[in-house]
Unconditional design. Structure first.
Length: 134
């Protein structure tokens, strides 16, 4: 049973880095059915690993100027890395000239001045006014 558990964790991690995330979801479902005491920790670790890979992917989309896809890909993961996710959403929103979404991102980043300033500077470069609401 231990070997199968470890093999499934490895499969799930590998699936996070593949383009087909269905395998990682299948592993998570298998883990949820497990009676192991550490299953919740394993599930959280796998979900976080998949999320961080998704955030990396969203940053690559920003660099290739695929702003809409970057913003879409990061939205499910805002709870995993709040600052990084909202920074990506804010920057993408500036390039998409979506002022409302940029302002929401700035509100979410109010405790992160460096990221907030980066979003504001990006909006300014895009000649879009985005003032922090606080």
């Amino acid at each position: 049973k231990e070997t199968r558990f470890q093999c499934n964790l490895i499969l799930g991690r590998a699936a996070c880095r593949s383009k087909n995330r269905l395998d990682s979801q299948t592993v998570i479902e298998w883990l949820e059915q497990s009676r192991r005491a550490d299953k919740d920790q394993a599930i959280a670790q796998l979900k976080k690993e998949c999320a961080l890979d998704s955030l990396d992917y969203a940053e690559r989309l920003l660099r290739t100027k695929d702003f809409l896809r970057a913003r879409r890909n990061v939205q499910p993961w805002v709870d995993v890395d709040h600052e990084r996710a909202w920074r990506i959403i804010g920057i993408a929103s500036c390039y998409l000239r979506d002022r409302e979404s940029a302002l929401v991102a700035l509100m979410k980043l109010q405790d992160f001045p460096t990221s907030s300033n980066l979003v504001q500077m990006t909006c300014k470069r895009q000649q879009m006014e985005a003032q922090d609401r606080h």
